[in-house]
Ligand binder design. Structure first.
Ligand code: ADP
Ligand code: MG
Length: 382
């Protein structure tokens, strides 16, 4: 979503918040007494045990191996969701090498709807519960306010956009306009009226992702998965109906590891190349934004990859953004963990420019087909 003049500015820009989560070592590592590459110093810092000298990193929070899914959600998820319900855009994304705990953190082990209440459920299912609770509270305080929540779920694989809610929908294009900002043309959006329904949408998309990874040879560790909830709220003030639209993006990124297999040929090489491209453009975007934060003007290469174009408003734009950098503590992962922490350290220096999404006065918009559509059915059941 793009910002607009009549959106309320929340202040002098908001730094992207960066959290680090260290997953538990593999039992194999502990059995053979594998040395750990990093050590938590306190709630916000950790040290990488490198030679000749150790390196200390500081973040908004460092979650050690004992951190629970619930405590992590309270720190990382809750504040963003509250903002989204009040009309701001929000994005949470997990970055790190394959096996570092991104999917565990975002989704958890509950890959089927019956496991919705699993205590290890991750940030995405917890977001649904919190979001609907927040919406209910908001409606309690403001009786005339109505909400419509819609979910979409896509995968970016080798710079191709696939709709996980409608597998025949592939090769989708990113577009941009004044009203919607950057959006995916033709992407299915399912209206949801409860956390359980949202969970069912997530679950069906996740199953499609797994099916594609086996039947179509699409390796999920090499793709980016983006779950988006669009929140529309309608209220009447001083006799004028208005509509506000905000978005929450929940992103499980592809593994950030460098391609080591120098024998990779053909499709595998192309695959590795494009994954590297997407994540390396993400790195370039972050670097450029850091330069801008330091007062230097620079072109930001958002359009160089699908991922960065889609996340444009979350990176330096109009969104509250939390990044979870996931790391494996084993010394055999030292190089990848160091590069994840360096990426995270740079991202921490970016300030987003945040304002509430514009209120669309429905009376002014009633000849616009979709604004009218949005205004006609907007009931959320609890
Ligand atoms: P990624 O998505 O980064 O490739 P996963 O989330 O699939 O990594 O994690 C790899 C394995 O480690 C999974 O079996 C997962 O259950 C386990 N794991 C990751 N993080 C944690 C954690 N914080 N606590 C317990 N197990 C974890
Ligand atoms: Mg994963």
């Amino acid at each position: 979503m793009t910002g607009h003049d009549d959106g309320k500015d929340s202040g002098e820009g908001d730094a992207i918040k960066v959290f680090v989560r260290i997953r538990p070592p593999d039992s194999y590592d502990t059995d053979i007494g594998q040395v750990l590459a990093l050590k938590v110093l306190d709630e916000t810092s950790l040290v990488m045990n490198s030679k000749p000298e150790s390196r200390v990193f500081t973040f908004d929070k460092v979650a050690d191996v004992t951190s629970t899914q619930e405590s992590l959600f309270n720190v990382i998820g809750k504040p963003i969701i509250e903002c989204c319900v009040s009309g701001y855009n929000g994005t949470i994304f997990a970055y790190g090498q394959t096996g570092s705990g991104k999917t565990h953190t975002m989704l958890g082990p509950c890959e089927d709807a019956d496991n919705f209440q699993h205590e290890l459920r991750g940030i995405i299912p917890r977001s649904f519960e919190n979001l609907f609770n927040n919406v209910a509270n908001e409606q309690e305080m403001n009786k005339g306010k109505e909400f419509l929540l819609k979910c979409s779920f896509l995968e970016i694989y080798r710079e191709d956009v696939f709709d996980l809610l409608e597998p025949s929908n592939r090769g989708l294009h990113l577009r941009e306009n004044m009203k919607k900002g950057v959006f995916v043309e033709g992407l299915v959006e399912n209206a949801v009226t409860s956390a359980v329904e949202a969970y069912q949408v997530l679950n069906s998309g996740w199953i499609n992702r797994r099916v594609a990874s086996t039947s179509m040879n699409r390796e999920s560790s090499r793709s980016h998965a983006v779950f988006t909830i669009t929140i529309e709220s309608k209220e009447k003030k001083d006799g004028v109906q208005s509509l506000r639209v905000s978005q929450l993006n929940l992103v499980d990124l592809a593994g950030s590891e460098r391609q080591k297999d120098s024998n990779a040929v053909g499709k595998r090489l192309k695959e590795a190349g494009s994954i590297n491209k997407s994540l390396s453009v993400l790195g370039n975007v972050i670097n450029s934004l850091v330069h801008i934060s330091h007062g230097k003007t620079r072109h930001i290469p958002y359009r160089d990859s699908k991922l960065t174009f889609l996340l444009r408003d979350s990176l330096g734009g109009n969104a509250k953004t939390h990044i979870i950098a996931c790391v494996h503590p084993s010394s055999k992962c030292f190089g990848e963990s160091l590069s994840t922490l360096q990426f995270a350290g740079r991202a921490k220096m970016i300030k987003n420019k945040i304002f509430e999404e514009k209120l669309i006065k429905l009376r002014d918009q009633c000849n616009k087909k979709d604004a009218c559509l949005q205004s006609t059915k907007m009931i959320v059941k609890f």
